[in-house]
Write a protein that binds this ligand. Structure first.
Ligand code: KG4
Ligand code: ZN
Length: 394
């Protein structure tokens, strides 16, 4: 079954063709990073306008790359929440319209569920008799390489941080969530404080890696001089990252003698907030090593995420742990969690980097498992910017 997936929940416009919820025949993403980077974050009105410009070319390209026509497609799926209302509206409306025009079933997909199902994806080129557009239809709920239930999934994206027990397809029990900032949001805000740019996650990862390499090359082994607090919130699987962000702010602020007032947007230039320049200003004066501060922040956030996930995996005797969402691309998080789980013999699975951040292949994958059960949405389905996973009550 070939599903055309469409993703437009934030600042990425994606279209993908996925076979049987797993084999990616095409995955096209138009990113707006260059546009939003000058503002230090996503501007919703700009994002939706860009979505509108990108969505049809992206779908066309996906069909071309997969070398298929509309006759080969079995269903259309598009994200309907959570996300930015204006952005969601573009992909959802286009998806419903194309389904109607080509007389195909339509399914709205929960963006968080899509992130989870990125773990089912693999390249169609992976040697497998079932891959390839021409192969016979398979409607199999389990294939070798698929994640094994019961599992614990840590969803960490720009807007969400949730620890979820998944006992079967579509069976979600919420174990814990962030009480304030999402993990990705913390990466983005701290990168801004340190003047490292947007999006913050990859920038912090890069700065931390360089600083740690530098530290290793020192003749006398030095330790990172910065130690940041961790909010353990013992007895719960909840997270809190705003204290960490504030600690970073104070550290960077305290190290700059004369703080800069907020500056107006220079004509045609980058918007510079007081915080954007603080870290780099302090670094210039030799008062703070931005890279080591980034490394220390990354270590603190990864520490809490990895330990809490391991505790949940132990308590619920799961077979696997999954990572999902943009922060799942973080190399330090992957390595640290692997280290936590190894003694327990629990396997960690995470998607390839291109399927961690927003993409439409994961939307098509999640849709497949619903379509298998005959689920469809009517064409009056509306966007739900505040949608959460459909958690069971226990
Ligand atoms: O899942 P995603 O693409 O969008 C949302 O659904 O929010 O996640 C984006 C978030 C951003 O906050 C970005 O900074 C973070 O994922 N991110 C990372 C890395 N790559 C992306 N965070 C840490 N390390 C990374 N390598
Ligand atoms: Zn996302």
């Amino acid at each position: 079954m070939l599903v055309l997936g469409i993703e437009s929940s934030c600042d990425e416009t994606g279209a993908a063709i996925v076979k049987d919820g797993r084999y990616v025949l095409a995955n096209v993403v138009a990113s707006q990073i260059e546009i939003h980077e000058r503002y230090g974050g996503v501007v919703p009105e700009v994002a939706s306008r860009q979505q509108l410009a990108a969505v049809l070319p992206v779908i066309e390209t996906a069909l071309q790359q997969a070398r298929c026509s509309w006759e080969d497609i079995s269903a259309v799926a598009a994200t309907y929440g959570p996300g930015l209302a204006g952005s969601l509206l573009v992909g959802l409306t286009v998806g419903k319209t194309l389904a109607l025009a080509h007389d195909l079933p339509f399914l709205g997909v929960n963006h968080l569920e899509a992130h989870i199902y990125a773990n089912w994806l693999r390249q169609a080129s992976d040697a497998d008799p079932q891959a390839g557009a021409g192969a016979e239809e398979t409607a199999c709920p389990y294939l070798p390489g698929d994640p094994l239930f019961p599992l614990v999934c840590l969803i960490v994206s720009g807007a969400h941080s949730e620890l979820v027990l998944i006992r079967d397809h579509a069976d979600y029990l919420l174990l814990g969530r962030t009480r304030d900032d999402a993990a990705g949001e913390a990466f983005d805000k701290v990168a801004r404080i340190l003047g490292l740019g947007y999006p913050g996650g990859p920038a912090i990862q890069r700065a931390a890696r360089l600083a740690e390499e530098e530290l290793r090359q020192q003749r006398s082994p030095l330790r990172n001089p910065y130690h940041l607090p961790r909010a353990w919130l013992r007895g719960t699987y909840d997270f809190s990252f705003s204290g960490l962000k504030t600690a970073m702010l104070h550290l960077a602020e305290g190290l700059v003698a004369d703080q800069q007032p907020a500056r107006p947007l220079p004509s045609g230039g980058r918007q510079i907030s007081r915080y954007t320049t603080m870290g780099s200003e302090a670094a210039r004066r030799g008062q703070v090593h931005v890279g080591l501060l980034a490394a220390s922040f990354q270590e603190a956030i990864v520490d809490v995420l990895a330990v809490k996930t391991r505790l949940a995996a132990q308590e619920y005797h799961v077979r696997q742990v999954l990572l999902a969402g943009g922060v799942a691309a973080n190399v330090a998080l992957r390595a640290r969690l692997e280290e936590e789980l190894r003694p327990l013999g629990i396997q960690l699975q995470y998607p390839p980097i291109e399927f961690c951040t927003d993409n439409a292949a994961m939307v098509a994958a999640a849709a497949f498992f619903h379509l298998l059960h005959g689920e469809r949405h009517d064409l009056d389905l509306d966007v739900e910017p505040g949608l959460s996973l459909p958690f069971r009550q226990e």
